[in-house]
Every structure is written in structure tokens, then in C-alpha cells.
Design a protein around this ligand. Structure first.
Ligand SMILES: Cc1cc2nc3c(=O)[nH]c(=O)nc-3n(C[C@H](O)[C@H](O)[C@H](O)COP(=O)(O)OP(=O)(O)OC[C@H]3O[C@@H](n4cnc5c(N)ncnc54)[C@H](O)[C@@H]3O)c2cc1C
Length: 466
């Protein structure tokens, strides 16, 4: 008879070190790993193109490193609640382990999975492995969730943080053979056309490269991060967002490493502290999504439901908005910093945070286009496209989110370029040719945005947060 074997279900946690669910599964004996590409369960948001490219490579690496630990990886596609019953009925497994997820549809799937396992007589263990702290633990004294970041951050820092776990020791692979799917058959990589060259030239998806980059960040970037984090013309930020999105690194490992750096290297303390604050923003966004599962589709501030943003491609025909949106996506707005950002996004699947704010502000304010259109474009093109951070930041820029930047604060892309790309090196790198005619004038489009805000207020926006 086979030794009791655990099934470890990977999702957004594609790593072997500091993976609480994997460590627990392997501590109990032999383990088999599972990944389900689930785009069928109700409400699950299908991955964007850049994310699919990343996932392909991330899974390849995970399969190899799990093989080194004696853990075979099984791949399936379909609704998890259709796949799991068959697997659980094979009689091969005594326990199911996974790290918790926090999106509404994902939680529904995980609740159903627990019931399926219980019905099959299999123990289920869910673990905390994806955030610094579980969303329900960072709460106000009244027990509600925070709407403003700084008190959230203070409360988060007051909580004890678990220690990062080491990579589990290798063990004998279980004597289980089950039919599974081939990664190549999932067609996650683009072919006709293959637009992924720039992504491949920029990134090595996976845990090993992410940990290497973390080393570089601690050694070479943390020391000046506080000064360089707003400078797209430098390698001045962590560039770890995709690694965190896919769970190649846990936020606990990153936070702990920054904490050690802060304590041991006073010259890097300010930068390490500033970066820890940003990592906590990620938790804040997930906290928002946990409490507002409709974050990607509904304004957090209900008064913005009355804002008359254009929504290209979704109903009411509007040629100007369609053209403007196409120009924004293609990086041909005539504003150097906006165009460089949008081209960096298209070429590399990533954009510097300062430029994300400028391009987003330009879309929703100067072009009057709904933040949801921009959010969807980012979702499709970012390798770090994150179900919480993407909509939360779009809502922040659009002024309709929690703790949002006020709508009337409209970035001027030309002044932003002077301030944050003073020698023009970033624009020269991604948008080297002189920009064409601007598609809008900054002054009148700014005035138009403020007039739209006034109309929204007159039309009886409640001012109450949704
Ligand atoms: C419109 C818009 C859309 C965005 N969409 C995403 C997204 O889909 N996925 C995503 O990970 N980030 C998103 N961000 C946040 C931020 O731009 C990226 O996390 C950051 O640029 C990643 O680069 P970095 O790793 O060098 O960040 P660093 O500045 O070095 O920060 C370290 C880590 O902290 C986290 N972080 C930093 N800033 C934020 C923030 N504002 N919100 C949440 N987490 C943050 C990230 O995990 C990041 O890797 C968005 C920001 C804007 C303005």
C-alpha cells in the first residue's frame, strides 16, 4: 500500500521556498503537486496575454524544481470543481493543501473544493502564504477594514509576522502515476504573431531569477531606493512585482530580507523602509479586494458612477474616444513620457510606477476615458497584472478609489517628464523618434476634466463611499 500522500495545489504561489502549504504537505510525507488552469469557474478573470506567457515559463521552472524535491507536478485545465473530484476519487491522496486566495470567485472555488475533499474523506489544510497578513487580521479597532493606507500600514506593522520557511528537503517521489496534461498543449505562448521577444529579453520568470534579483535589490538598490524610486530613467526600483504576483517570492521573504538589511546597513535603512511600505501597499490592495470583490468593475466611491467617462468599445459609439484610446495603447499620443511608458509596457510587459500614474492620469483625465478601459489594457499587457493591485491603483489614480489621489490632481506629462526624466533618457529609450502631433491640448483637456467633475457633483453624487 502507498504511504499517505498529500496533494499540494499551487495557484499564485509558484515557489518552493517559504511556501507554507508545500512545506506542510511535504512534512506529512510524500506529496504530489497540482496546478489547474481554471478559466471556467464562474467569475474567474481569464489571464491576459503577458500573464499567460509568464505562467508558461513559471510553471516550467516550478516543475523542474519540484522534481528535484521528489514532488511530481500534475497539470490540468478546466473548472477546478470539475477536475478535483476525479483526482480525489483515485484514492491516491489523504490530504489536500493549498495557500489561501482572497478574490471572491476564487474563495467560492476553494470553499467548494473543501467540501469536495471532505466528501471524499480527505483532510483539507488551507495556509497563509500569499500576503504579509490575512486580510481579516488587519482591521480597525471597530473590526472594520481600513479605507486609508497609513493607518492600515501602522496596524499591519504592529502585527507579529511569521518567519519565512526554508526550501523543504528532497524526499522520495511517491509511487503514483496519474494521467495529466502537457504544458505545451495549453498554448500559453503567443505564436501568430509572437510578440514576446521583448518580454523574453527583459525577464526570466521563476523563483531562482526572482531570488537573484532580490539579492541585487538588497545590495545595490535599497541604498538609494528612497531617491530613485520615482526615476524611470534608472534601475532604481525592485522590479519584483511579477515575482510577487506569481508568488516566486513571498512578501514575507521580501519583507524579512528588507528588515535584515535595514537593521544591518544603516546606509540602506531609508530605502529598505520605503520599499517595505510599498510591499505593504500590495497587502492593502488585496485587503480592498477581499472586502470589495467587485474592485475591477465598480467605483469604490459610488459618487463616481455619475462621472461621464467614455468607454471605448462598450456600447455607445464614440469615434474620438476610440481613436484616443487606440493612440494611448499604441504609445502615439504625442506626449513623450506617456508614449514611452505605453511602449515600455508593450515591449517589456512592465512599466515604471511613476509612469503608470502619468499614463493612467492622462487616460482618465485628459482623454476622459473610463479607468476600466485602461485597467483592462494593463491587465492584458502587464506581466505583473494583479487582480488587486491593478484595479486598486487605477481607482486610486481616477480618484474613485479608497484613499485615492483627488481627481482634481491632474498630472502634467510634460512637467512630470522634466522632473523625473530630466535628461530624457527614458523617453529616448522607449520612444526615440520625436513625438507626433499631440492628440489633445493639455490646458483645455484639463479644464474639460474639471468641468466633468463639477457636472458629476451637480448631478447629485452622494459623496458616500460604496
Ligand atoms: C495604474 C496602475 C496600475 C498598476 N497595476 C499593478 C499591477 O497590476 N500589479 C502590480 O504588482 N502593481 C501594479 N501597480 C503598482 C506599481 O506600479 C507596481 O507594483 C510597481 O511599479 C512594480 O515595480 P517594482 O517591483 O520595481 O516596485 P517597487 O517600487 O520596488 O516596490 C516593491 C513592491 O511593492 C509592491 N508595490 C509597489 N507599489 C505598489 C502599489 N502602488 N500598489 C501595490 N503594490 C505596490 C509591488 O509588489 C512591488 O514589486 C500599478 C500602479 C498603477 C499606478
Amino acid at each position: 500500500m502507498n504511504a499517505p500522500t498529500s496533494l499540494m495545489w499551487f495557484r499564485d504561489d509558484l515557489r518552493v521556498a517559504d511556501n507554507p502549504a508545500l512545506s506542510a504537505a511535504m512534512a506529512a510525507g510524500p506529496a504530489v503537486a497540482l496546478f489547474i488552469l481554471d478559466e471556467q469557474s464562474p467569475g474567474i478573470r481569464p489571464l491576459g496575454g503577458a500573464a499567460r506567457w509568464w505562467l508558461h515559463h513559471g510553471l516550467n521552472e516550478l516543475r523542474d524544481s519540484l522534481a528535484g524535491l521528489g514532488v511530481p507536478l500534475l497539470l490540468y485545465r478546466g473548472a477546478a470543481t470539475n477536475i478535483l473530484p476525479g483526482l480525489l476519487a483515485t484514492g491516491s491522496f489523504t490530504a489536500l493543501h493549498f495557500n489561501r486566495r482572497y478574490g471572491g470567485p476564487e474563495r467560492a472555488v476553494d470553499t467548494a473544493a473543501k467540501a469536495l475533499a471532505a466528501a471524499a474523506g480527505i483532510e483539507v489544510h488551507s495556509h497563509a502564504g500569499t500576503l504579509l497578513h490575512e486580510p481579516w487580521t488587519v482591521a480597525t479597532q471597530g473590526g472594520t477594514n481600513f479605507k486609508v493606507f497609513t493607518p492600515f500600514f501602522n496596524a499591519l506593522q504592529a502585527l507579529p509576522l511569521r518567519r519565512a520557511l526554508p526550501r523543504p528537503a528532497a524526499q522520495h517521489a511517491p509511487a503514483i502515476s496519474l494521467p495529466a496534461e502537457e504544458l505545451a498543449a495549453w498554448d500559453l505562448l503567443p505564436v501568430h504573431p509572437d510578440w514576446s521577444h521583448g518580454l523574453a529579453a527583459t525577464w526570466v520568470p521563476g523563483e531562482a531569477a526572482a531570488r537573484d534579483r532580490l539579492g541585487t535589490v538588497l545590495e545595490d538598490i535599497a541604498g538609494h531606493y528612497a531617491q530613485t524610486r520615482d526615476r524611470p530613467d534608472t534601475d532604481g526600483t525592485a522590479r519584483l512585482s511579477a515575482a510577487l504576483r506569481w508568488g516566486h517570492l513571498s512578501p514575507v521573504e521580501v519583507w524579512e530580507a528588507l528588515g535584515f538589511t535595514l537593521a544591518r546597513h544603516p546606509d540602506r535603512a531609508a530605502g529598505a523602509r520605503a520599499m517595505m511600505r510599498q510591499v505593504a501597499w500590495r497587502d492593502f490592495c488585496w485587503n480592498l479586494l477581499y472586502h470589495h470583490p467587485e474592485l475591477a468593475t465598480a467605483n469604490l466611491r459610488a459618487e463616481f458612477d455619475a462621472f461621464d467617462w467614455a468607454r471605448p468599445g462598450a456600447g455607445v459609439p464614440n469615434d474620438e474616444a476610440e481613436d484616443h484610446f487606440a493612440a494611448w495603447c499604441a504609445g502615439s499620443t504625442g506626449f513623450g513620457l506617456v508614449d514611452a511608458g505605453m511602449r515600455q509596457l508593450w515591449e517589456t510587459g512592465w512599466m515604471h510606477n511613476r509612469v503608470r500614474m502619468v499614463t493612467a492620469s492622462f487616460l482618465v483625465k485628459n482623454l476622459g476615458i473610463h479607468w476600466r478601459s485602461g485597467e483592462e489594457w494593463f491587465w492584458d499587457t502587464l506581466v505583473d497584472a494583479d487582480a488587486a493591485s491593478n484595479p486598486a491603483n487605477w481607482q486610486w489614480v481616477a480618484g474613485c478609489g479608497a484613499d485615492a489621489s483627488p481627481f482634481f490632481r491632474i498630472f502634467n506629462p510634460q512637467l512630470q517628464a522634466k522632473k523625473f526624466d530630466p535628461r530624457g533618457a527614458y523617453v529616448a529609450r522607449f520612444a526615440p523618434l520625436s513625438p507626433g502631433e499631440p492628440i489633445v491640448e493639455l490646458g483645455p483637456s484639463r479644464a474639460g476634466a474639471l468641468a466633468a467633475l463639477a457636472r458629476m457633483k451637480e448631478s447629485g453624487g452622494t459623496g458616500v463611499e460604496g
